[in-house]
Design a protein around this ligand. Structure first.
Ligand code: UTP
Length: 294
């Protein structure tokens, strides 16, 4: 069995739910306090033991690439001011893990974005983490590590799922699973963004996957689906009958930071987990809660 070493992060979408700011700042570069969303996701991937990050970027999103490039002039300036600690902080961004950029010239859907990473991935199983989905599991393993562990058992593609509210099923890829055994189940079907009455369950695919390279063959011939886009869910659906696919109900709290409220919640959550901000933030929130109206 081939080890999972690479993670693909699709980050070429338009981010229309987050307009107008995403007209000039990619949503993957919005800050979670002081680091961009994509850095938080990469940190989880590194913690999970992944060795190479492949970012599928848009050529218009220059800020994402700039963030990962060394800036010698800035470093020289900081050194001249005696700020070695800041230089060290910046160096960590470039040296933490190998980062490769590949491009999606036109945002034609998540499935198409993953297909754009075909050359960079090669013929091996790989992980996918969405560029606008953060999962935290403070006490335990990163969500993607949980899926990597399961892959060693089942040797098949795995989608990370969690239960969502019934009224939200139409926002996600929804799975129909055979009987869950603990957190794991074999899949029998999946549907992209079903209407409430057509959803086979409330288990939604939430931003983390382990996929076998067979997915590239399927994506290359995948017809357009929901939103007239090439959907990853539709290709995984075909993979179910060819190789089998599992669903794993991962442990952790997930934030959709491509959504404004999800983004604000993620920032509050991260701030509450930073020692220096927890107390004053809780005091402030308490004060706000006690006010009757805004
Ligand atoms: P989303 O569907 O949340 O991104 O895709 P979007 O299309 O940018 O969102 P809205 O609805 O317009 O706000 C999840 C991830 O996949 C990437 C996005 O950048 C995001 O990180 N993606 C999506 C691509 O790389 N290419 C695409 O064609 C679509």
């Amino acid at each position: 069995m081939k080890k999972i070493k690479k993670v693909v992060i699709p980050a070429a979408g338009l981010g229309t739910r987050f307009f107008p700011i995403t007209k000039s700042i990619p949503k993957e570069m919005l800050p979670i306090i002081d680091v961009p969303v994509i850095q938080v996701i990469i940190d989880e991937a590194v913690k999970a033991g992944l060795e190479e990050v492949i970012i599928v970027n848009s050529r218009d999103k220059k800020a994402t690439e700039h963030y990962f490039q060394a800036d010698e002039d800035l470093e020289k300036m900081l050194l001249a001011k005696g700020q070695e600690d800041l230089v060290k902080l910046l160096k960590q961004i470039e040296t933490k893990v190998k980062i490769t950029f590949t491009y999606q010239d036109n945002p034609q859907g998540l499935g198409h974005a993953v297909l754009c990473a075909k050359e960079a991935v090669g013929d091996e199983p790989f992980a996918v983490l969405l560029g606008d989905d953060i999962v935290v599991n403070y006490q335990g393993e990163p969500a993607i590590k949980q899926l990597m562990r399961v892959y060693e058992e089942v040797n098949c593609s795995i989608v990370g799922v969690q239960e969502v509210a019934k009224e939200d099923v139409s926002k996600y890829g929804i799975v129909k699973a055979l009987k869950m055994q603990g957190r794991l189940s074999e899949l029998c079907d999946l549907v992209e963004k079903p209407a409430i009455e057509e959803a086979p369950s409330c288990l939604a695919i939430l931003g983390c996957y382990i996929l076998t390279p067979k997915i590239f063959e399927l994506l290359a011939t995948q017809e357009r689906g929901a939103g007239n886009e090439i959907q990853l869910t539709d290709a995984i659906k075909r993979l179910v009958s060819l190789e089998g696919v599992y669903a794993y109900n991962f442990e952790g709290q997930r934030f959709d930071v491509g959504d404004k409220l999800g983004y604000v919640m993620a920032n509050i959550n991260f701030a509450l987990h930073r020692k220096e901000y927890r107390k004053p933030l809780l005091a402030y929130l308490k004060e706000e809660i006690e006010k009757e109206t805004i």
